[in-house]
Design a protein around this ligand. Structure first.
Ligand code: GDP
Ligand code: MG
Length: 201
C-alpha cells in the first residue's frame, strides 16, 4: 500500500466556517459552539484512493489570525493544496478571498514552481440570506486562478467530502503529471531524504 502525504491549507476570513469544515470532515459532526482554537493546528485524515494507494491528508486550520490576511511562510511551507473559504451571506468575506489567494501565491509554490492548486468554497449555502451570487463567484473563480469552486454547507453536510475529493484529484494530477518521479507527493513509505523530518513551527 502506497501512502501519500498531502498538506492542505484552509484559509479565509474569521467566522466563515473553516474550523467547522475541518471538524465535520475529520470527525463527522457539526456543532454550533465549536471551540475556537488560537494559533495554527492541523487535523489528519486517511483517504483511500485506489486498492493500492491512499492519501494522508493534513488539513491546516488557522484560528485567530484571520484579521491580517497574511500568514507566515512557515504555515504555507510544503502545501500541496489550498481551500479558500467564504460565507455566502457575507460580501466582505467574499471580497477578502482575492487577498487570501494573493497571499498564498506569493508565499507558496509547488516544487515545480507552479501555483498551489486552490479551490474556492462558498460556505453556508443553507442560509436564505445569501448576498453573493453564483455568477459573481464564477467570474471571480476564473479570474483569480482557482481550478474550481463549490457551494458547501457544513451545517447540512453538503459537498464537504466532495470538495475534498475534487481537491485531492487536482493535487494528485498536478503533482504527478509533469515528472512522476521527482514531483510526486511525499510518499510515507519511501526512505526519508537527508535532513527531512516532521515539519515543525
Ligand atoms: P471559522 O472562524 O472560519 O473557523 O468559522 P467557524 O467554523 O468557527 O464557524 C463560525 C460560525 O458559523 C459557527 O457558529 C458555525 O456554527 C457557523 N457555521 C459554519 N458552517 C456553517 C454552515 O454551513 N451553515 C451555517 N448556517 N452556519 C455555519
Ligand atoms: Mg476557526
Amino acid at each position: 500500500m502506497t501512502e501519500y502525504l498531502l498538506k492542505v491549507l484552509v484559509v479565509g476570513d474569521g467566522n466563515v466556517g473553516k474550523s467547522s469544515f475541518v471538524n465535520r470532515y475529520v470527525n463527522g459532526y457539526f456543532t454550533k459552539t465549536y471551540k475556537m482554537t488560537v494559533g495554527v493546528d492541523f487535523s489528519t485524515k486517511l483517504l483511500p484512493l485506489t486498492d493500492t494507494e491512499k492519501v494522508r491528508l493534513q488539513l491546516w486550520d488557522i484560528a485567530g489570525q484571520e484579521r491580517f490576511i497574511s500568514m507566515t511562510r512557515i504555515y504555507y511551507k510544503g502545501a500541496s493544496g489550498c481551500i479558500v473559504m467564504f460565507d455566502v451571506s457575507s460580501n466582505s468575506s467574499f471580497l477578502s478571498c482575492r487577498q487570501w489567494k494573493q497571499d498564498l501565491d506569493l508565499k507558496a509554490r509547488l516544487p515545480s514552481g507552479e501555483p498551489v492548486p486552490c479551490i474556492l468554497l462558498a460556505n453556508k449555502c443553507d442560509l436564505s440570506c445569501r448576498v453573493v451570487s453564483a455568477k459573481s463567484i464564477d467570474s471571480f473563480c476564473k479570474g483569480n486562478g482557482f481550478f474550481a469552486w463549490m457551494e458547501t454547507s457544513v451545517k447540512d453536510n453538503k459537498n464537504i467530502s466532495e470538495s475534498i475529493r475534487r481537491l485531492v484529484e487536482e493535487m494528485m494530477s498536478v503533482q504527478c503529471a509533469r515528472n512522476p518521479m521527482e514531483e510526486a507527493p511525499l510518499r510515507l513509505d519511501a526512505p526519508p531524504e537527508d535532513g527531512s523530518g516532521a515539519g515543525c513551527c
